[in-house]
Design a protein around this ligand. Sequence first.
Ligand code: SF4
Ligand code: SF4
Length: 420
Amino acid sequence: MKLDNIGFPTMYDERARHADQTTPMIRCDMVLTDLCTFRCPYCRGLREDCRGSVSMETAKKVIDLWTENGGLRELRLTGGEPTVWKGLPELVRYAKAKGVQSIGISTNGYSDMSLYDELIEAGIDDFSISLDACDAEEGDRMSGGIKGSWKKVTDNIRSISKKANVVLGIVATADTADSLCDTIDFALSLGAHDIKLISASQYNQLLTSAAAVSDEIRAEHPLLNYRIGNMLKGRNIRGLRENDSHRCPLVLDDASFAGGYHFPCTLYMRERGNPIGVPSENMRQERYEWYRKHDALKDPICSAYCIDAFAEYNNRYLYYRLKDQTIIPVLEPDRFKTDCFEKDGRAVIGAEEMTFDNAAEYTDVFLNNPSYRLLGICLSDDMPEEMNVQPKHTALLYEKENGETFWFTVKNSELGEMIL
Ligand code: SF4
Ligand code: SF4
């Protein structure tokens, strides 16, 4: 799937194709404070060393670093609740003046509308607002028992949606997972432009009740459609699968700042993962080195909590590395015939898929065996579905000395380790 179709403005194929540690930063999250006006039951707060509020001076310095290599496509201000951070409109104006294209805010929606208006005036064009219930009783309960909070939040959503892009985040818990459709219908009735479904990390289940959302609604809301489509394919929102890239190139041009540190991503910070370092002129290099050493599949945070779109981005990055940067010719899918695979593939090589540890021993067989000439590769993303090649694999086409050909597949990540 092309990243452009997911619905996140900063997830697009051209980014994955060209990202490295020297290209401009694309997206950054900044945690301004851990203070909040709500007490949501699923909120886990921040790591101890990220608590408190950052100073205006520090926040501006971080924006300077993030924008120094060219424009930043998206800055997202978050918390805690960022609207309780003093000086927010000034910071937004500062980021705008620095050339940040889009400034977003993740808010509980409970601040006064006059502040939201001031923020829109200052340059915020994208609101991510939590809405966890479709009635006042449950909504007030989800805010931590603040009477009247649901009414104020929903009034604000109606108003903000007329002035800026609003994506409502619906966090499913064991208590709310069954009523998702009602909450989605209600959220859209408020004028929200799209919906980001996610399960609370403590819940982390497939959100099957969302299957009842109509095709018409899905067609008009790409983010909602993406999540439901994944769910219908059995893909949970959170968690990596064994065929996913074990590297995380997302960190090369996407960062999260909290408590004086830069983290791989906000999700990693929220799950109590360690920071990469302190923002400085060396930040990009530090992030690149982290990327080179880190194995997401072996990292308990990434493997359990990474979200689908991030994993998809990392897979797509790998796809382009293999497609654009290998010295092996990339062949048209037509060269790979199913009968050819069935005749010889498994018998000659001994396995359709190999784990990397195993495959490493077979590098010569894969790439340099004098008896077999490697004709080229084709990535499964480019192959028609009827060829039945597993997603995120690469097919390698070989020719034997007698001219017969055969092919087999390896995981993209394993091939990438061998040849990139
Ligand atoms: S609004 Fe966000 S930061 Fe505040 S309590 Fe709820 S989840 Fe936590
Ligand atoms: S959680 Fe996902 S995006 Fe974040 S560092 Fe891990 S692999 Fe990368």
